[in-house]
Structure formats: C-alpha cells, structure tokens
Design a protein around this ligand. Structure first.
Ligand code: GAL
Length: 418
C-alpha cells in the first residue's frame, strides 16, 4: 500500500503497537463496564462529557463537548464517532453551528434517518465510498460484502463504522484537546477479512483546526479506506443551500463514474469541464450544465485526484478551500490522502429536520471526504488500499476554520509529517 501506510517497525516502533494493543484492551474492558468507570473519568479542562442516549441494546452513548481557547466548540458522540455540532465564528464574530446533525440519539437511529442514509458527521469504514458489486479478490480469494447501495457496497456495508459504538478517551496535548476513538472490527465483519483495530483521533487545536488521524492494524490483508462524513454549511446548518459557497479543489483530474457511481478506471482531465475547481468557483455555477457525469451524480458526487507537490506523499497538502461570501467563513482541507470526494448533498430532500428545527433541504450541506479512490480493490491502476499485517495504516486530514478577514493574519496550514 502506498503513501499512508508505513512499514511497521521502521517508522512506528514498538511504542505505537503497544499503544494499539492497550487501546484494544481498553476497548474490551469498555464492552463489559459502563464507560464512566473507565480511566477517562477525570476530564481535561476544556472537555465535558454528558449522556446522549441509549442504544437498543442498552449501551449508553456519550457526548463530548470540546472547546479550544478561541471559543470554537465541537461536540462528538462515541456512536459512529459522529461530530454532532461544530461552532465557528463568522466575520462579525458570531458563532454558528456549521455542520448538519441532530441533538438526540433517536434522530440518528430513526427509520427516516436509515432510509435517507446521509451518514451525517460520521466516521466511515472499513471502506469509504463504493466497492463494485460488493466484491473483490485478494490473495486468491474472492470476498462478497453486503450490498447496500443498489448493486454496490457503500461506506463499509450494512453496519459500517458509522453505526458502531466506539471507545472514547478524551485527551489534552500540546497540539490541542480531543478524543481518541477506538474500535475493533472482527475478522469477517461485514464480509471483510482480518481483525482490524482502528484508532481515530480528533484534535481541536488553538490554530482553529480539527486534525483527524486515522490509524489501523490488521491481522490479515484487507482493504481499508477511512474517512469522515461531515456535511458543512458555512452559513450555518439549516440555512439554505450550499450553491453560493465558493470552492477550490487542488485537482487537475477526477475519476468519472458509471450510472451506479463506480469509477470507470479513467482519470479524466478537469480542464474545460464543470469539474475544474482549480480557481474559486461557486458550487452552483455549473451544476445545471448538460453533462453526463453531473447527471450520474445528480450533481457533484465525484472523487478528485489531488495534485500533490512532488515528493509530498504521506505529507499534508492543501486539497480544498471553501468560502461563503455572506458569513465570510472559510474552510480549508489538507490531507495526506490522494483523493477527495466532493459530494454536494444531492440526496438531501428535506425529509430530515436538524438541530435547530430547520429541514435539511436539497444541497443544504456539502461533504469533502478525504480518501483513497472508490472501488480501488477492483481497480489495479488506482493507489492500493490493501493493508497488510506488518503495516500500520495512518492517514491525516486537517480541517481549518477561519474567515476571509482573519485569513491573511493567521498562519497558513503547515505541512505536518505523519
Ligand atoms: C457520499 C456518497 C454519496 C452518498 C452519500 C450519502 O459519500 O458519495 O453518493 O451515498 O455519501 O448519502
């Protein structure tokens, strides 16, 4: 596997392995005792925990409220690692919640939510985006996964990481405050080979960044493609469509898809197409154009092949930037990943009502999912997503929040070696 997987002994040493095993033990412990009796009872300053609800099996879900020194506040639950809210200032300093989501667990568990299946704010695994016909071959064996999106498997299958209860450990470090979430996916879960120990950390920094580190180890070779599925609306959640948001994507290629949104295998040049976001462009500006790819996606729902500086593999590079003219909010996304799924909220239809009582209407949120390319296990010309037992998966994505005014004054996103 290229780029984000490092041969285990060379880069990470025994320390990380021990840490992951430790986390696995903590997780096993968490499965047999209430979470409040874990070592996380004493919370670091700037982090609060409250009850968020109970799953059908009686297990409690917790909500962690994490704030940085500038008043940016995010709330995360250990069910699905879902970011339920994220408040950032606009040009006037007014704080608004800029991600779609709910205030109650029942809303995430409702039939209406399952039908719409938007994956609001959730961690996605084992495999973000689609695997064609839910099938792939590896080391001479063919694996059949549950198909949950027409003929294909989407976002890890019927019960992906977005519907799992994770073990949560809050922390405070020199980088910021956050939460480490761990989950062990058993060998064969959702049809995937290998016992996969996943460890994801959310760090809210005082540079107004949300840094996400994804790590995993496996007992057998298996495809892994982890991502985060927050929907942003920089005017504030529930405040209309994202069509006026201006988007820049640092990509000169994208992966065209067929009618079921599986890549054809081609890497197409964005030049002269509605997929050219190399200069800031309003998302709605070309959405109505007659274009087969826009028709298949019902709007933008495509993987962009990120342009990296030569030699920058495995290091953070700026992937995308979004600005919203009225609020002046700016979101920048940097990642070590080779791809970015830009999804313009095409399946939102107003059937779900969010935190503030407003309906989430068509295209009222956008997702920028950092990832390896969809269907890579079946596409030999795409960077490999196969994780082997002697490797550690590590991928890092940083979302940075600013405004058009503060941008020039604060530091730009620095490359951060992984
Ligand atoms: C996106 C995917 C879309 C849609 C959405 C969830 O990641 O690209 O096609 O499935 O998730 O509704």
């Amino acid at each position: 596997m290229t780029r984000h997987v490092f041969s285990f002994p060379r880069y990470l040493g025994v320390g990380l392995f021990g840490l992951m095993i430790g986390q696995a033990c903590l997780q096993a412990q968490a499965q047999t005792m209430p979470i409040d009796s874990s070592s996380s009872s004493a919370l670091p300053p700037g982090i609060e925990r409250s009850a968020f609800g109970q799953l059908a099996n009686g297990r409690e879900v917790d909500c962690y409220r994490i704030t940085n020194d500038n008043g940016i506040e995010m709330r995360v639950i250990n069910y699905g690692g879902i970011i339920v809210s994220l408040k950032t200032p606009d040009l006037q300093g007014q704080m608004d919640d800029i991600v779609l989501g709910f205030d109650s667990l029942d809303d995430y568990l409702s039939d209406a939510y399952r039908r719409a299946n938007p994956y609001f704010g959730a961690l996605i695994g084992r495999y973000g985006n689609r695997i064609a016909n839910g099938r792939f071959s590896l080391d001479g064996e063919t694996y059949q996964l549950p198909t949950n999106d027409g003929p294909n498997t989407l976002h890890g299958g019927d019960v992906g990481f977005n519907q799992r209860l994770w073990h949560a450990e809050p922390f405070s470090s020199s980088e910021g405050r956050g939460l480490v979430l761990t989950y062990t996916s058993e060998d064969g879960e959702e049809g995937f080979p290998g016992r996969l120990s996943a460890r994801v950390s959310y760090t809210l920094t005082n540079d107004n960044e949300l840094a996400i580190d994804y790590r995993a180890k496996t007992s057998r070779a298996t495809p892994v493609n982890l991502t985060q599925h927050s929907y942003f609306n920089l005017q504030g959640e529930g405040h209309g469509s994202i069509l006026n948001h201006e988007l820049t994507i640092n990509a000169s290629g994208f992966t065209p898809v067929n009618e079921t949104l599986i890549p054809t295998g081609e890497i197409a040049d964005v030049s002269g197409t509605p997929f050219d976001f190399r200069r800031p462009t309003a998302i709605g500006a070309r959405m109505g154009e007659k274009n087969t790819q826009l028709a298949y996606g019902k709007g933008y729902d495509h993987n962009f092949v990120l342009s990296k500086n030569p030699g920058a593999a495995g290091h953070l590079a700026l992937a995308a930037r979004v600005t919203e003219p009225q609020s002046g909010r700016v979101l920048e996304v940097s990642t070590t990943e080779p791809g970015l799924q830009f999804y313009s909220g095409n399946f939102l239809d107003g059937s779900l009502t969010g935190k503030s009582g407003r309906a989430y209407t068509h295209r009222s949120g956008l997702a920028l999912e950092t990832q390896h390319f969809p269907d890579s296990p079946n596409q030999s010309n795409f960077p490999s997503t196969i994780l082997k037992p002697d490797e550690t998966y590590h991928s890092r994505t940083v979302y940075r929040f600013s405004t058009t005014q503060s941008e020039g004054q604060s530091r730009s996103t620095q490359p951060h070696s992984s």
